[in-house]
Ligand binder design. Structure first.
Ligand code: SAJ
Length: 425
């Protein structure tokens, strides 16, 4: 079968939707499937819910039929290839939750056709494609490598990154068998500028976890060094800038109020879980998790210690930034949520402003982004900067706020202001 005509993309989130649109741009007919009817209705109206904007390109793809969106799995029968981009979160015990993947596998298995290629893109522990997904697909009595083809290619979407288009990001690919690997190559070579084939799906699964565990560990190291700089009365941001002058052997990471998002705090714990299954320790991941998870408490403790003439319980704390990182509209796993909970537990009054996050569930209550007025800034006992959105009105905050805690080194001349405290500064 020619795998290069119709592609079904399962899961239309921050990974699947950009991928579906990239396939459509490259001339494929794309069937986008997501069980969230709200997403499907947005798409059918030409609205890209990732940006929240009307998307003329998306509308044109839908109007010309190059991209059809459905909340049902039946259309996968018409696809030559199926790419799975469903969430692989953690459960409440910080362990892998493959329920979305298993559900997708079962739905595909009931409709799978001879010669179809299935590629898993969701981040997951080594062995998932072969040990979890393959048996589900073979319930159809079609055998992987003979009747159907199965591979793994880790997603490398970087939300908010304007510098790389999806097809420019080198793509790791792999197959359960050599024939499968070749089928994955035939499909992805039509879309991505650079492919990198590895020897097994396990190697590809591990590659993705390595990339994000590398970030997780390095960020935690910077968080710990920031607390040491606080005690030494040194400025970690100055030291990082100095270290960055080294043209080799150093890559910069930065301290922050914690590690949010659906990748960095999650992927390393998938690797840790797999290592534990094999009786192998993962000390770096365990320590990094502990350090990163302590940052919200460290931030709140610093506020309690340095609030001018106030106890936390009598204080009004105004937070700038709820998104887990700059310039995106996602607050999943954002440390802002933990920090708001800790402050409210200390009986402080908490409000926030984030141009990307209009409302937020905090401790069972729906908080709404407040307008950023001089009055609101002046009324706060502490303005806490948690997200360094590009549009942050620094001068407005500096001129109106009585006391500022900057956890992102947004206010560069903070040393000149006695009312500004910096994380690691
Ligand atoms: N963070 C720090 N210090 C840093 C870098 C990040 O505190 O030096 C924090 C961020 O504020 C955020 C969290 O860590 O809360 C994660 O930030 P991130 O920059 O890693 O952003 P993500 O979660 O969107 O990660 C994605 C990942 N992409 C994929 O998994 C395909 C990651 O691999 C990318 O390297 C990353 O984007 C990126 O480079 O922006």
């Amino acid at each position: 079968m020619n795998h290069n005509k119709t592609v079904a993309v399962i899961g239309l989130g921050f990974v699947g939707l950009p991928l579906a649109m990239t396939f459509a741009r490259k001339g494929f007919r794309v069937i986008g499937i997501d069980t969230d009817l709200n997403k499907i209705n947005h798409l059918r109206n030409g609205v890209n819910y990732l940006t929240g904007l009307d998307d003329p390109e998306l509308r044109s793809m839908l109007d010309t039929g190059r991209f059809v969106a459905s909340n049902r799995y039946d259309p996968v029968e018409k696809a030559n290839s199926i790419v799975i981009c469903v969430p692989t979160p953690l459960n409440s015990e910080d362990q892998p939750d493959l329920s979305y993947l298993i559900q997708a596998g079962e739905e595909i298995s009931r409709r799978i056709k001879q010669s179809q290629l299935i590629v898993l893109e969701s981040s997951t522990f080594p062995g998932t494609t072969r040990e979890v997904l393959q048996p589900i697909l073979e319930k159809s009595k079609l055998l992987v490598g003979k009747d159907i083809f199965l591979g793994y290619s880790p997603e490398r979407v970087d939300p908010g990154n304007e510098h790389f288009s999806l097809e420019q990001i080198p793509k790791i690919i792999s197959g359960v068998t050599d024939t499968c690997a070749n089928a994955v190559y035939q499909l992805y070579s039509k879309v991505f500028d650079q492919l990198f084939m590895v020897s097994s799906t396990e190697a590809a699964e591990f590659t993705k976890l390595l990339e994000n565990t590398y970030r997780f560990v390095n960020i935690s190291m910077m968080n710990e060094l920031a607390t040491i700089c606080d005690s030494l009365k040194l400025n970690i941001w100055e030291v990082i800038e100095a270290a960055k002058t080294k043209p080799f052997g150093y890559s910069a990471f930065y301290p922050g109020p914690g590690v949010g998002g659906h990748c960095i705090p999650v992927d390393p714990l998938y690797l840790q879980w797999k290592a534990e299954q094999l009786g192998v320790k993962s000390s770096f991941i365990e320590l990094s998790k502990k350090i990163n998870n302590q940052m919200p408490e460290y931030i709140v403790q610093k506020i309690a210690e340095h609030l001018p003439n106030k106890q936390l319980k009598d204080a009004n704390i105004f937070i700038y930034g709820a998104a887990y990182k700059r310039d995106i509209n996602d607050a999943r796993e954002s440390s802002a949520i933990q920090i708001m909970n800790l402050l409210r537990n200390a009986e402080a009054a908490v409000s926030y402003h984030d141009p990307y996050i209009p409302s937020l569930q905090v401790g069972g209550e729906q908080l709404h982004s407040q307008e950023l007025t001089d009055q609101v800034l002046y009324a706060a006992d502490c303005v806490l900067i948690l997200t360094d959105h590009s549009t942050i009105p620094i001068q407005k905050i500096v001129s109106s706020a009585k006391f500022i805690f900057d956890t992102r080194n947004v206010i560069k001349e903070s040393a000149n202001h006695t009312k500004i405290m910096q994380l690691g500064g």
